[in-house]
Ligand binder design. Structure first.
Ligand SMILES: NC(=O)c1ccc[n+]([C@@H]2O[C@H](COP(=O)([O-])OP(=O)(O)OC[C@H]3O[C@@H](n4cnc5c(N)ncnc54)[C@H](OP(=O)(O)O)[C@@H]3O)[C@@H](O)[C@H]2O)c1
Length: 201
């Protein structure tokens, strides 16, 4: 049994990840609500406090990455920056700071999303930062010390989120949370590193 910090646990993707972490001690974290630890992944201080408060942990699973949606010609720098600071730098900082605290042979699992390989309108910032996270996971794997692993999960839309995003995504087939949970399980329990785990229909 590993101690796993699950960030964004109350969100839709957090619940998908949780379904794959059944055999572990899961410490939940998020920005608000009924979680074990409150954390804001856009704040380095908040991230450091989370790791210090938890103490020993073997894995970090992040499912947070807030994105702004607009046409490229309409999107402001502020909208770009809020997406970059959450979905890209927030996740990079979880790893950058977390590698100081995580146990030997621990693992990080990050979230991207299928829109960087199957683009749709309005999702340029989500797609761009998802691509950055997939690349980050592939490349930083070579530099992580002490046997630490990293992977990103790149799912298509969840069945559970289809009512929100389905209209924006004609021709897409959603996948159930449980299937996406298996990808998180494979990342945390396997030996793979530097991989992008696609979950698509
Ligand atoms: N849903 C899908 O079908 C799907 C598919 C592929 C990829 N993704 C990606 O998965 C990620 C999560 O999506 P989701 O559908 O799970 O969203 P969600 O249901 O809105 O959940 C997001 C969670 O993240 C928390 N959060 C937001 N900002 C935070 C911060 N700065 N620090 C800590 N926690 C924060 C939210 O807390 P509050 O409630 O307090 O704001 C909420 O619990 C996104 O990057 C999305 O692109 C989603």
């Amino acid at each position: 049994m590993k101690t796993v910090i699950l960030i964004g646990a109350l969100g839709k993707m957090g619940q998908a990840a949780l379904s794959g972490l059944g055999k572990h001690k899961v410490i939940t974290a998020g920005r608000s609500g009924n979680v074990d630890h409150i954390v804001d992944i856009t704040s380095e201080e908040s991230i450091r406090n989370l790791y210090k408060d938890v103490g020993h942990f073997d894995a970090v699973v992040n499912t947070v990455g807030v994105c702004e949606y607009a046409e490229f010609t309409e999107m402001t720098e502020a909208q770009w920056m809020s997406t970059v600071m959450s979905k890209m730098m927030g996740q990079i900082n979880l790893v950058r700071i977390g590698q100081e605290y995580i146990a030997d042979n621990g693992s990080f699992t990050l979230i991207s999303g299928i829109l960087n390989v199957k683009p749709i309108p309005y999702a340029i910032a989500d797609a761009t930062t998802s691509g950055a996270i997939d690349t980050f996971a592939k490349v930083v794997a070579y530099e992580l010390p002490r046997g630490i692993r990293i992977n990103s999960i790149n799912p298509t839309v969840l069945t559970e989120a289809w009512d929100v995003y389905g209209e924006m995504m004609p021709g897409f087939e959603p996948v159930p949370s449980k299937l996406v949970g298996k990808a998180f399980e494979r990342s945390v329990d396997g030996f793979i590193t530097g991989q992008v785990l696609f979950v698509d229909a």
